[in-house]
Design a protein around this ligand. Structure first.
Ligand code: SF4
Length: 227
């Protein structure tokens, strides 16, 4: 018998996608536990460590009322059952983290897509993206972060969307270097996303998007105060 892939999950909730190409789309967010990349401005630091002592039941994790580092284990099939128990109505699933590509996502993405969901993956680009070919992949490249991970060509070339967090000119130069490495016929959409809604970063993103014919991604969920 083939052993089923088990995923460690920090959070599952239904909301709207707040950023990037699918902004405004109702979605079920599945936040996977674990990330070694170490971005200083990370807003999900509670997902970094996978502490075995923090494993709990899915019901306990789903009912937590504030961010915490507890997680539950699920197979693809048990995740699907959970969606129907929760009576979610969204038809898009966003696999995020943490860094979801620390996991082999082939099984979960295939099961969800076969069940009628669209699957989007949000990754830092520092791990190979192991996912069903029908899934949408958003690479939000994290360059020179504390964890010392490099953005991989394989991740860039799998991207349907490259959404680059920026605060200053050097981040645009970084993006140019990454785009020069692209060697795929996917022709990914290019988005600039101001880091932490800073005013100067937003102005720079707007100016650059117009100049370069790129797109602007705002973290709309933060502006309207939803998860
Ligand atoms: S890759 Fe994402 S989860 Fe990991 S540290 Fe950076 S922002 Fe946080």
């Amino acid at each position: 018998m083939v052993e089923q892939q088990v995923y460690k999950i920090n959070e599952v909730f239904e909301s709207l996608q707040g950023e990037g190409a699918h902004t405004g789309v109702p979605a079920i967010f599945v936040r996977l536990q674990g990330c070694p990349v170490g971005c200083s401005w990370c807003d999900t630091k509670h997902t970094w460590e996978v502490n075995p002592e923090k494993e709990q039941s899915s019901q306990k994790v789903l009912s937590k009322t504030k961010e915490s580092d507890c997680w539950f284990s699920a197979t693809s099939e048990s995740l699907l059952s959970l969606f129907s128990q929760q009576e979610y109505t969204a038809k898009t699933v966003i696999l995020t983290g943490g860094e979801p590509c620390m996991y082999d996502l082939n099984d979960v993405s295939r099961v969800l897509i076969d069940a009628g969901y669209a699957v989007n993956v949000e990754t830092s680009g520092t791990f190979d993206v192991m996912v069903d070919s029908r899934a949408w992949v958003t690479v939000s490249p994290k360059v020179n972060m504390r964890g010392g991970y490099e953005v991989l060509d394989s991740a860039l070339n799998r991207a349907d969307e490259i959404k680059h967090p920026i605060a200053m000119e050097k981040h645009i130069e970084e993006l140019d270097l990454l785009l020069a490495r692209l060697n795929s016929d996917r022709n990914p959409l290019i988005y600039l996303q101001p880091i932490s809604q800073q005013k100067r970063a937003t102005e720079l993103a707007v100016e650059t998007c117009i100049k370069r014919n790129w797109r602007l991604s705002l973290q709309t969920h933060k502006y309207i105060g939803i998860e």
